[in-house]
Design a protein around this ligand. Structure first.
Ligand code: GLP
Length: 280
């Protein structure tokens, strides 16, 4: 039997199986993730827990803005969040929607808001249209800005003026990126224009007819500096395809080759995963 100090502290909110049932136990200590790892039985339970945390934050005015992410992991999260908002009493729902303020992590350079492959269009489809939100309450970098570098600075300044992020929602790229912070990447980097990795363009090709070459080469992303300045971070990892990178994340100290590893020492971080993501 391992001593409790050797593996990650493990909370089991939904009667999830003990960590001893997954191969990570053999991996040795992961001190940076001590007491931060929460495993859920499947993607549905995971999404429900993440949506609960988002709703709590949205019901807590006057909060700093939410930091929102896109990607497949967030599709179920936003679905669960929509359900929760729909179930609120009408006055509470109206107050929540009127007070909504969020900043997305990133946007492709070169795609206009109305392009269905843009992250702006994704937010429109998942949250703005179904909830009846005012689009200007959900900020994203402008992918069509004439000078993307100036746009990155403007976006960073707008976030600073809004007080910084309250709760930051994050997915995990197959290469360890968060937002579009590709390796190698330093923790001090602010919002910037990034050249996307071949791995990232392959990961996101589905939205571009399956062709990685059709995925834009550049994006504007919040940096680790803005992400780490959030009051609280939820890093959400779902599905067996993420098992190899999650395993690395749990084993490596903070380093530039694994951007998500910089999150390890954030004082209020929850690493929320499903069983498939841990089972690699
Ligand atoms: C994308 C996004 C990230 C996202 C991550 C994981 O490229 N820029 O914000 O969280 O990669 O995506 P997915 O949930 O589709 O695996």
């Amino acid at each position: 039997m391992e001593s409790p100090q050797r593996g990650p502290q493990f909370r089991s909110p939904l009667s999830a199986p003990a960590l001893s049932s997954v191969s990570l136990e053999a991996s040795g200590p992961v001190p940076g993730w001590h007491d931060r790892l929460e495993m859920f039985p499947d993607g549905e339970h995971l999404s429900a827990a993440v949506a609960d945390a988002l709703l709590d934050q949205l019901l807590l005015p006057p909060a700093r803005p939410l930091g929102l992410a896109t990607g497949r992991t967030m599709v179920a999260v936003y679905g669960a969040l929509r359900q929760r908002i729909a179930a609120l009493a009408a006055t509470e729902r109206a107050r929540l929607l009127a007070g909504w303020r969020s900043f997305n992590l990133d946007e492709y350079v070169g795609l206009p808001r109305h392009d269905p492959r843009s992250f702006a269009a994704e937010m429109e489809a998942r949250l703005i249209a179904p909830l009846g939100l005012a689009a200007e309450r959900l900020a994203l970098p402008d992918g069509l800005a004439a000078d993307p570098h100036a746009e990155a600075e403007r976006y960073s300044a707008a976030l600073r003026a809004a007080g910084g992020i309250g709760l930051q929602l994050l997915g995990l790229g197959n290469n360890g990126h968060v937002g579009f912070n590709e390796p190698p990447c330093e923790a001090s980097q602010r919002c910037h224009v990034v050249e996307l990795d071949a791995a990232t363009r392959a990961q996101n090709a589905a939205a571009f007819g399956g062709d990685p070459e059709a995925v834009p080469r550049r994006a504007i992303t919040l940096g680790l500096a803005e992400i780490l300045a959030a009051e609280q971070i939820l890093l959400v990892v779902s599905g067996g395809a993420k098992a190899p990178i999650l395993k690395r994340l749990l084993q490596e100290p903070p380093n530039a080759q694994l951007p998500a590893s910089w999150l390890q020492h954030h004082p209020r971080l929850r690493l929320m995963v499903d069983r498939a993501a841990l089972a690699g």
